[in-house]
Design a protein around this ligand. Structure first.
Ligand SMILES: NC(=O)c1ccc[n+]([C@@H]2O[C@H](COP(=O)([O-])OP(=O)(O)OC[C@H]3O[C@@H](n4cnc5c(N)ncnc54)[C@H](OP(=O)(O)O)[C@@H]3O)[C@@H](O)[C@H]2O)c1
Length: 348
């Protein structure tokens, strides 16, 4: 049985470990924790073994920890690194490379420049098989993952007929369980947002994508407003909406007033972590004007990358056929059922 370690137990790491613990094809050996806070007890109470850095072991005297990260990962087949953005690179250099361990990195890292963690960004809809035989792969961030799920089906249907994709990203300030971060009463902008380059890295550098990104004071998801400009008259709105009918992890919703409506619904029907794990197209906001289709969709920031990590793990550990990997991910995440329920609740 393949042995997997999750390094980091924040918004993303805590979700990943909870889901993959139910995967009988792997043994989850434990999780890495760096601060001696209440989340150590949370992880232990959920049945996970907690490991800590050698040089901090004295700080965890009051907890029932199981050993050090450095020792434990030596006998693992794969580490899913869920450290804060940029720290994954340090871990690669100090832990994974010296111990010759395979690792998945998250979207806060880079794939270019001196601090690159991997040679490419994974998106299950676009390049699943590319992860076979790779030692290091980076999972795209939530926004970058969501954009692939929207753009790839458009590209497959319309190809060069698409002249431009102009997207404005409204990014959430913080996550639901991140109580330490103060959500400021301000709208901030990003200079040179990384999303543009990240999406083009796996969709092709010639993808005519132009992004502006703003951080807004909410914890409830991201929203993308994307204008798709065609070479000639645009297709009608229904034709665009129909493209996503059978897309995995894309729900088409009507009558939603805001992102919190979706979270509240997810909470009311007890989706794990209040996540939908998907993209939601707001169909009644889809408009066509001359050669432009105006699309609006929301992106479950914490949830969307979790099934992606599971798919990536299967590609790297087992080189599993794509359809089999999706089938297996479905057994853990129940995405079809979640999509069905969301679409039945927010219907036309
Ligand atoms: N949050 C999202 O919505 C989201 C979505 C997609 C992708 N991502 C990406 O996922 C990654 C993790 O984000 P997050 O939101 O989960 O961050 P987070 O909530 O701040 O959690 C980070 C975790 O990393 C741990 N950590 C600290 N130093 C570490 C080290 N040297 N090695 C490994 N782990 C370390 C922290 O441990 P202690 O708490 O014990 O100090 C904490 O548990 C980032 O690359 C981010 O860009 C985040």
């Amino acid at each position: 049985m393949k042995r997997v370690f999750v390094n980091g137990y924040g918004s993303i790491g805590s979700r990943i470990i909870q889901f993959i613990a139910d995967d009988h094809d792997v043994e989850v050996v434990g999780v890495g924790k760096y601060s001696p806070d209440e989340r150590v007890s949370d992880a232990i109470s959920r049945g996970f073994k907690v490991f800590v850095p050698k040089n901090k072991i004295d700080h965890f005297k009051n907890f029932d920890i199981s050993g050090t990260i450095e020792d434990k990962i030596s006998d693992c087949d794969l580490v899913i690194d869920a450290s804060p953005g940029g720290i994954g690179y340090e871990n690669k250099k100090t832990l994974y490379e010296p111990k010759n361990i395979h690792a998945i990195f998250q979207g806060g890292e880079k794939i270019t420049g001196e601090r690159s963690v991997a040679s490419f960004i994974f998106n299950s809809r676009v390049n699943y098989e590319k992860a076979f035989d790779k030692q290091f792969v980076m999972q795209g961030s939530c926004n970058v993952t969501g954009m692939g799920k929207i753009i790839q089906p458009l590209k497959e249907k319309y190809g060069k007929k698409i002249k431009r994709l102009d997207a404005t990203l409204l990014r959430r300030w913080s996550d639901l369980e991140d109580s330490k971060t103060v959500v400021k009463d301000s709208i901030e902008w990003s200079y040179n947002p990384h999303h543009d380059e990240d999406v083009k890295s796996y969709m092709g550098v010639d993808t005519p994508l132009f992004i502006r990104a703003f951080k807004v004071p909410t914890r409830q998801m991201h929203v993308h407003a994307m204008d798709v400009r065609f070479d000639g008259p645009a297709p009608n709105a229904q034709e665009i909406i129909n493209i996503y009918k059978n897309e995995y992890g894309v729900a088409t919703l009507y009558g939603v007033k805001g992102t919190k409506d979706i979270r509240d619904y997810a909470e009311s029907i007890k989706f794990s972590f209040k996540d939908t794990n998907m993209i939601h197209i707001h169909a009644d906001l889809t408009e066509v004007q001359d050669d432009v289709v105006k699309l609006t969709y929301s992106d479950d920031q914490t949830g969307i990358v979790v099934p992606e990590n599971h798919l990536l793990m299967q590609a790297m550990l087992f080189k599993r056929k794509k359809e089999d990997a999706f089938r297996h991910t479905e057994e853990l995440f129940h995405m079809y059922e979640k999509k069905r329920m969301l679409e039945a609740h927010f219907k036309e």
